[in-house]
Design a binder for this molecule. Structure first.
Ligand code: NAD
Length: 262
């Protein structure tokens, strides 16, 4: 199936690591050019080079609106029309609600929700002007079921789903679709697939939490009895970015081996 992505231009936030990296490389395989919006410029540049074509990395902090505006200005200057936005940046540290510091609460809220708000706010006028857009945002099954020891993250990921639906209703008349994808647990297959700021990097919160024992317990909860790969997630995201998904909007797709079914 030709996904109709040849020559399309995409912004992928956090496109240097794990799931974002696989999204970038899969979009590139389908013929799209990708602007990787990354805090970790070195990792983003490495992946942009692997992606080839006109793909570039732009150092960006999605929690800073001026930085996001500069990203969109660079993307349109370098590539012209932006057809696709993937809001992929996310971060978590797993604790009981009362154990979070106020700084940790603030950080989780900003990275997982405010970053998406800012990126949509900056890109939407451009997509409305062009009467075309595909926006796919990474939520989580935590945002659908409310996960144990991920209370702030679960709330923000539920926010990603609700914002997706609201914007799908507001922007549908301009030919713009908004969808959310909920991964299950997705570990990088090789250390070099995770950047230094990744949750799965050597100092990352998820890497420390997700021992082999925890992974085995998770596998048992999944109908397909295996954890997903970054490529499994990218396949779903890239389909939703494609012209074949032009009539799908406001939807939430769990790609989690049957962990949550709704
Ligand atoms: N991996 C999982 O198990 C899992 C499960 C459910 C949902 N998700 C969601 O999927 C998405 C991707 O997860 P992942 O595991 O690939 O993440 P990751 O931690 O491996 O990568 C995140 C990337 O975002 C970049 N980044 C962090 N803060 C940034 C900022 N303020 N501005 C720009 N870039 C920034 C980091 O440098 C890193 O490259 C996230 O939204 C996450 O919440 C992941």
């Amino acid at each position: 199936m030709d996904l109709g992505l040849k020559g399309k231009n995409a912004i992928v936030t956090g496109g240097g690591s794990n799931i974002g990296r696989a999204i970038t490389l899969t979009l590139a395989e389908e013929g799209a050019n990708v602007v990787i919006a990354e805090m970790d410029e070195a990792q983003g540049k490495k992946v942009a080079q692997q992606a080839g074509g006109k793909s570039i990395c732009v150092k960006t902090d999605v929690t800073n609106f001026s930085s996001v505006e500069a990203l969109v200005a660079t993307a349109t200057k370098e590539l012209g029309q932006v057809h696709i936005l993937v809001n992929n940046v996310g971060w978590d540290i797993m604790k009981y609600f009362l154990d979070y510091s106020l700084e940790e609460i603030d950080r989780i809220m900003k990275i997982n929700y405010l970053g998406m708000v800012y990126c949509c706010r900056a890109v939407l006028p451009h997509m409305i002007e062009n009467k075309h857009g595909r926006v796919v945002s990474l939520s989580s099954d935590a945002g659908r079921v409310g996960e144990f020891r991920e209370p702030i993250y679960s709330g923000m990921k539920a926010g990603v789903i609700a914002l997706t639906k609201s914007l799908a209703r507001e922007a549908g008349r301009f030919g713009i679709t908004f969808n959310a994808l909920c991964p299950g647990v997705t570990r990088p297959e090789k250390p070099e697939e995770a950047g230094e700021l990744s949750m799965w990097g050597k100092d990352g919160a998820a890497a420390a939490m997700f021992t082999e024992e925890v992974a085995e317990a998770a596998r048992k909860m999944y109908a397909l009895r295996r954890l997903g790969t970054a490529q499994d997630m990218a396949n779903g995201v890239v389909f939703l970015c494609s012209e074949k998904a032009a009539y799908i909007t406001g939807q939430t797709l769990s790609v989690s081996g049957g962990y949550s079914m709704m």
